[in-house]
Design a binder for this molecule. Structure first.
Ligand code: F6R
Length: 632
């Protein structure tokens, strides 16, 4: 057991929680730099075990910065990478070989001979020997001093999927279907994701002298809590790290959110009962004992670690009513405020009416998905609604969708249905077709093709917005440069992004801003878009319009929000729910994408919120779109 304080008593491994992924990455970079320098001073190599994926990208950026600005040399560094997709040549855009060179090796002075990455092109018959040889080379290098790991949502480390034991060694493995789904975006659909990989085994990883596992974002929170708090088991290979004498989980706040000490702190020690925490505890208790809030008894509280809550704020009867009222007041059919009504207990203020409302969508479709029903209400209730898509979303359009559209335009031309001339649409379509035919799969698209795909998503978004009542000229598209110039996992926002949003804010001077504040994955498009918004808000802090502007967060796809964290709940009738789903279906190019599954379930999450309100003993609606109030 590694717990150092009472509230960490459930944790079977050492965990450091940092405010942000950047802070944590900088701390690890400093540790690595110290290791490299110590070894260099002693005339010895530093042997690092490295990982790919989005998680270590910040760490590699910081190491590159230290190389450039602080003279950190990598001449004595030897590296071994954990894994590689089987069947991908080095040159493939998604190969880990290419990833490592683009993200790190090309920017530092490591000797090429010191780099070791599993070879995805070894013929099947010799894979076994190749893997044994990889282990031999690790031993000959003196073993791994520091092994860096990410973690998959299946609990995999390297590509050791559930079922991998603590004695497993470097080998060829089959990827889990959840892992392939998570990689689908990189390969433009699950069908393109390789089925096999070569990976170091759990046993090979446990041989390292020190192990640091990194995890960022809420999407990893559950697997982190299980790996840290449940006994080691093959169903969750990362849990075997508990058996290693020097392992650290280095994580950010959202990734820590499912740890008992964070999620249910009253179960592991005394807590200071703030209003927010009491609300969370009562909501949890009601769910846990499966009773509506007004039926919770004193015994229910005392039996579940909440005796002091009762002492401070009880008896149960009083506490129950107070929390019941708080949650009741989150429900409103007037997301822009109800004109002329007493708004003391309403989530949104009555005046001014109508309001100027800005709805930000990180990519086209996010806003209709997260708040399509509310959008329609805002329009119907007379507010002046503008939808702004922050990025074009062109990276999410598969080639065959673009080809279909280009073919359609050429057909129109061939059928004589369109006046053509130089520079006509058909000429453009022919150029697009040619680019599609000549590009290698998974290679980046040429600019014209990206524009073309971006326009496709624009039109889908306009159709979806129109279905929610927002006219064509009220949908605008920022095409933020960080997205246009980047690719997944490698986006980097700059001042130009903040400039673009700032000028939109200043032009519209909104009374309400709706955005997704998605903490799920800090390298995702929604997270970066939110970061751009935060910076734009910081810049406009002293503008006069800001005194009368509220920021609301809507839920990103595939999230379930705890009812205790909801500040505004906008109910939908069965009719309104089906209208919302209808509007989402306008995003046709997204069929067959990673998001497709979440879309097929469009509405289920809204229904789940409604169910939670019902089970809590509040109203029973068909569906509810939830919002959180955000302030700096
Ligand atoms: C990468 C690797 C994987 C990833 C894991 C998390 O070399 O071995 O275990 O660390 O899949 O991936 P990201 O960081 O993309 O969330």
């Amino acid at each position: 057991m590694h717990h150092t304080t009472e509230n960490q008593q459930r944790e079977r491994v050492r965990i450091h929680v940092h405010d942000t992924a950047d802070d944590a990455s900088r701390a690890l970079a400093r540790e690595i730099a110290a290791l490299i320098r110590d070894r260099a001073a002693a005339g010895r190599p530093a042997v690092l075990g490295l990982a790919t994926g989005s998680t270590p990208v910040r760490l590699y950026r910081e190491l590159i910065r230290m190389h450039r600005e602080e003279g950190l040399g990598f001449g004595n560094v030897v590296t071994f990478n954990l894994d590689e997709y089987y069947g991908l040549p080095r040159t493939h855009a998604e190969s880990y070989w290419r990833f490592m060179h683009e993200q790190l090796f090309d920017h530092i002075d490591i000797p090429p001979a010191a780099i070791h990455i599993p070879d995805g092109t070894v013929p099947r018959a010799t894979v076994f020997d190749w893997c044994r040889d990889y282990e031999r080379r690790i031993r000959e290098a003196g073993g791994i001093d520091l092994q860096i790991l990410g973690i998959g949502r299946t609990g995999h480390i390297g590509f050791n999927e559930p079922g991998s034991g603590p004695d497993s060694r470097t080998r060829l493995v089959t990827l889990d279907s959840m892992t392939r789904r998570d990689a689908a975006r990189d390969f433009l659909g699950e069908a393109g994701v390789p089925r096999h990989a070569i990976t170091m085994g759990v046993g090979s990883i446990l041989d390292a002298r020190r192990i640091v596992l990194l995890a960022w974002g809420g999407a990893k929170a559950r697997v982190i809590a299980e790996a840290a708090e449940k006994p080691p088991s093959e169903t969750l290979p990362a849990s075997f790290l508990q058996q290693h004498p020097d392992t650290l989980f280095l994580i950010d706040r959202p990734a820590a959110s499912e740890l008992t000490r964070v999620k249910l702190p009253w179960l592991v020690g005394p807590v200071g009962w703030t209003p927010a925490l009491s609300r969370r505890a009562v909501a949890w208790l009601s769910r846990h004992v499966q009773k509506p809030v007004l039926k919770l008894l004193d015994d229910d509280y005392t039996e579940h670690g909440m005796a002091d809550l009762l002492t401070e704020q009880g008896p149960a009867y009083m506490l129950n009513i107070r929390i019941f009222n708080e949650l009741q007041h989150t429900i409103t059919g007037w997301p822009g405020g109800k004109p002329g009504a007493d708004d003391t207990h309403r989530p949104e203020r009555a005046a001014p009416h109508p309001k100027r409302v800005l709805v930000l969508s990180p990519e086209p479709s996010d806003a209709t998905h997260g708040m399509g029903g509310t959008l329609r209400r805002l329009v119907e209730q007379g507010h002046q609604v503008t939808i702004a898509c922050q990025t074009s979303g062109n990276l999410g359009v598969p080639d065959d969708e673009a080809a279909t559209l280009a073919d359609f335009m050429i057909e129109l031309d061939d059928a004589g249905l369109r006046e053509t001339g130089p520079g006509s649409g058909a000429a453009l379509a022919r150029m697009i077709k040619q680019q599609l035919d000549t590009k290698a799969a998974f290679d980046g698209d040429p600019p014209a093709l990206r524009r073309f795909k971006g326009v496709l998503r624009r039109e889908e978004e306009r159709a979806a917005a129109r279905a929610c009542g927002v006219p064509r000229d009220r949908a605008c598209f920022l095409d933020l440069p960080f997205y246009e110039q980047g690719r997944y996992r490698q986006f980097r926002t700059t001042a130009a992004d903040v400039d673009a949003l700032t000028s939109l804010l200043r032009k519209l001077e909104p009374h309400q801003i709706f955005a997704t504040g998605d903490a799920d994955d800090p390298s995702s498009v929604p997270a970066l878009c939110f970061d751009v918004l935060r910076q734009a808000l910081a810049r406009t802090r002293d503008d006069a319009w800001r005194r009368d502007c509220r920021v609301w967060l809507y839920r990103g796809p595939a999230h379930d929000w705890d009812i205790a964290g909801i500040d505004m709940a906008v109910p939908m009738s069965p009719m309104e729910l089906s209208a919302k789903i209808h509007s989402i279906r306008h995003h046709k190019s997204q069929r067959g994408q990673q998001t497709d599954e979440t879309w097929r379930q469009a509405g289920h999450h809204d229904q789940a919120v409604a169910r939670a309100y019902d089970e809590f003993g509040l109203a029973n609606y068909e569906a509810i779109e939830p919002f959180r109030r955000w302030s700096e």
